[in-house]
Every structure is written in C-alpha cells, then in structure tokens.
Write a protein that binds this ligand. Structure first.
Ligand code: SAM
Length: 268
C-alpha cells in the first residue's frame, strides 16, 4: 500500500482540509516558484487546491495532477474549466509518466501520507528535467497544528484507548524538523533549501471546528467513529470546553505551520 490517507469523499475533504490547503497553496507556490511555459506535475493533487492556482500565477503550458484517490481526481476533473489542466489516478511511488517530462514537480500535504515517502521523492526527481525544481510541503503535525493537537490531547486525557492513535496522528513521516530537506539531499537533489510556511485556520464557532473534524475526513474521524456513542459524547463535550476556554462560543483562530523543501534536479 502506498497511501495511509483516509478519505471520505471530495466534499468531506474540502470541508476538513481543502479550505486550509487553498490558503497554504499561494505560500507554497511563492516558495516553489512557477514560470511561463512550464509543464508542471502536482503529485497528490487531491481536489485541486494547488492545481487550479498554478495557471493563475504563470502562463504555464500544462499542469498534470495525479492522486491515489479516484474520487478526488473525478472531483477535480468536474470542476476544471482550463484545458491546460488534466488529472489522472496515480501513485506517487510509481508516477505514471516517463523520465524528464516536467519542468517542476510539486507536492502539497502528501508526502506524510506516502509509505515510503523517499520513494515518492525519487519519483518526482525522475520525472523532472535536470536543472529544474522539485518542491514539497507537509504540515508540522507534531509542533505546528494546535487545532488538531487540542483534539488529540483532550481525547487521550479522557479516553486511554486514543493514546496509541495519537502518536501516529501527530508524528508522521517527513514532519520532524529538517527531515524533508535531509530526504531531498539524500535523494540527490542539489541546492536544497527549506522553509516554514504558516497560515491561520479560522473557525466561526465550535460547530465549524467540530463537524468537519468528525464527519469529514482522516484518521481522526475514522477512529472516533469506532467508539461507543457515550464515549464520543464525552469527547465532544471535553473538546468543546477546550475550544471555548471559558469564553462564549464564537470565532477562534489557530496558527498552522508547514515545512517546505525544494531542490534542483542534477545532470544525469
Ligand atoms: C491532505 S491531501 C492533499 C491534497 C492536495 N494536495 C491539497 O493540498 O489539498 C493528501 C492527498 O495525498 C493523496 N495521496 C496519498 N498517498 C498518495 C500516493 N501514494 N500517491 C498519490 N497520492 C497520494 C491523497 O489521496 C490525498 O489526496
């Protein structure tokens, strides 16, 4: 299996994460760069948060998206009106394109779901021409996502069975400091640089925070739904208290940090 991503459909994804990945996309594209005339691959394109932004930033010749989830590829295709954009089902560990086909390979919020992520980095390097760029970004799931940490820390405090799920949810491959830049160097990329990108996740009220979390998407929702209803109610009540923090219900804003890395494909 080359994906640990748990999907519940394109709409659930957009509610849970797509609304934030659309915020992250311009920052990542600023970091990764894009230029007129380029042919770009978006590895793990999902529903298109990055894919659709690319032609707005440069007059590219083509953007090819690949994603493991057929339903995301379908959703992206249905939303697409730009003839330069296309998408297909594909595995980051076996990118369905030949060598040296692209000017840039980009991957946003994907490598932490790919076992083994090094294989995906090697594949991105393979499909990009020498002298051109490979770039990726992943959430700092352990230290940079307080909105999800608040859930997991509260959950484990009242439900011991959540403990064994919290570790894998917060400590994902490629997400420790410097890990992705080291992987880029090890893959043979040159002039590797790293950065942190930060956005705010703004919720209108507790419901806006909670409903996408438990209904939409991901390992967290999948696990919670397996527990007895009484436990789910206790968890919801405790997380609500943490969200409110003795204040009236309403907007809350959480900083969210992503690691980014980029490098240049060497001559071969
Ligand atoms: C958090 S989503 C990010 C989607 C999109 N890039 C965005 O930022 O909104 C993670 C995506 O990685 C995809 N993915 C996970 N493993 C993959 C693999 N081995 N090959 C291709 N896509 C993969 C998932 O299907 C999912 O669409």
């Amino acid at each position: 299996m080359s994906s640990t991503f748990v999907s519940k459909g394109a709409d659930g994804y957009d509610q849970f994460m797509g609304r934030w990945s659309r915020r992250l996309a311009p920052l990542f594209l600023d970091f990764a760069g894009v230029a007129d005339g380029e042919r770009i691959i978006d590895v793990g394109c999902g529903t298109g948060s990055l894919t659709f932004l690319i032609p707005d930033c440069a007059n590219v010749s083509a953007v090819e998206g690949i994603d493991y989830e057929e339903q995301f590829v379908d959703a992206l295709r249905q939303r697409n009106t730009d003839p330069r954009i296309s998408a297909r089902q594909g595995d980051a560990c076996e990118i369905p394109f030949g060598n040296n086909q692209f000017d840039r390979a980009l991957s946003m919020l994907v490598l932490h779901f790919v076992p083994p992520p090094d294989r995906a980095v090697a594949e991105m390097l393979r499909v990009v021409r020498p002298g051109r760029t490979v770039a990726a970004t992943v959430w700092d799931t352990f230290g940079g996502m307080p909105s999800q940490r608040m859930f997991w820390d509260t959950f484990t405090a009242i439900e011991p069975s959540a403990l064994e799920r919290r570790g894998p949810a917060l400590v994902k491959p490629m997400t420790s400091p410097g890990e992705m830049t080291r992987a880029f160097v090890a893959a043979g990329l040159e002039q590797v640089t790293g950065a942190t990108l930060s956005i705010r996740m703004d919720f209108a009220n507790f419901e806006d925070y909670w409903i996408p979390l438990v209904n939409g998407q991901g390992t967290l929702a999948a696990f919670l739904s397996t527990l007895p209803e009484a436990v789910q109610d206790r968890v919801q009540s405790a997380v609500r208290q943490a969200y409110l923090s003795e204040q009236p219900d309403g907007p809350r804003s959480f900083a969210s940090v992503a690691w980014a890395a980029k490098g240049i494909v060497p001559d071969r």
